[in-house]
Design a protein around this ligand. Sequence first.
Ligand code: ARG
Length: 464
Amino acid sequence: MSDKKTSNAMWGGRFAAGPDAIMEAINASISFDKRMAAQDIAGSRAHAAMLAQQGIITDKDAETIREGLLTVLSEIESGTFEYSTALEDIHMNVEARLKEIIGEPAGRLHTGRSRNDQVATDFKLWTRDQFDAAISGLTALMGALLEQAEQGADLCMPGFTHLQVAQPVTWGHHMMAYVEMFARDRSRFIDARTRMNESPLGAAALAGTGFPIDRDLTAAALGFDRPSANSLDAVSDRDFALEFLSSASICATHLSRFAEELVIWSSAQFKFVTLSDRFSTGSSIMPQKKNPDAAELIRAKVGRINGSLIGLLTVMKGLPLAYSKDMQEDKEQVFDAADSLMLALAAMTGMVGDMKPNAPQLETAAATGFSTATDLADWLVRELGMPFRDAHHVTGALVAMAETNGVDLPELTLEQMQTACADINENVFDVLTVQKSVASRISYGGTAPENVRAQVKRWKAELA
Ligand code: ARG
């Protein structure tokens, strides 16, 4: 009995034997690339229509192929499709099933095409949807942050450096800092999506094809801006995946930083914010516990997303042109990172929408830790004409005095203040409250409530 029977039906012509079981296991990608079934079928339908348009196959064959592909798609969507590991990947699984359904015309579909341009096209289409999902996920998150900022434009809280109280800021200003970060993430995804939107289809194996194909036609049918200009590059480029992953990594870093703040803020020691029950969990042993699990998991997701980026960068490094099978390792990285990112964005949006800043606690905390010391130094400069360095020194002495007496700066008496600088008068107390402090920070980008409201307005208009 000839082994030839078990060799691959798609390319078994030169093979006497089928693959070893281990070969099949390392080679097959169907277990994960079946996620690109819809993209594969869309690409094939566009290719078949173009082949007919160009007179390369008959209209009748193209129609049969295109209809048959829809049947395959409905089988996949309804869960009746039987995937075969022997057929390696989604491309060959779909084509083999098409052949079972429509017979001979199925064999004409692969004219002027290779799995190399096919997989690049499918994967680009899949990743392009993820760019879009990231962009709309970030838009939603920014919307939730803008609501928080608008509600809390006047609400004072401590601003930190080194996680030590630095100067009072507003809740709205803090929320708007994340709006800026997520806006940059969003623009990175938008920017990369524009760059990636070129069609590899028709690059064939690596060198193009002698068939009179029309790559503009398939590019347009699949929503690409144009066909990619170099066939070698088209089949070996995975920059779009790397740009998705690097944008995702930076975005996940921002999510992680914000998640960390929410973990700290929701602790009993800070009590800055109350997270909703919908995004918290309890403990099976400690009845009092309400844990910020969603925030913790968002904080952690950056680990696997960064892992995916480094994983794919390492796969691509040193690969000669054009296609190499190494590149099959691209998909799981992007699939996993995209799943993680979309989930993290949705969870963060939900948490931000629900969370309640604890105003009394924030206002009290804003006034502790000598947070208006800079305002006092600025007053000495402005009102007494003191050089800033001297004002810094005088204020430092007053902070030390307050600390020794166990009081905050506004609680020092005028007489006590005058021991550090005789010219200080009672007007100084005007600048020592946190409300006055934040209201004075009107420099562009500063924390003043009026600035926050202006920025909220700007971003709402931008996102509308
Ligand atoms: N499953 C393959 C991949 O993901 C499809 C392309 C195979 N091409 C080839 N020449 N063997 O990359």
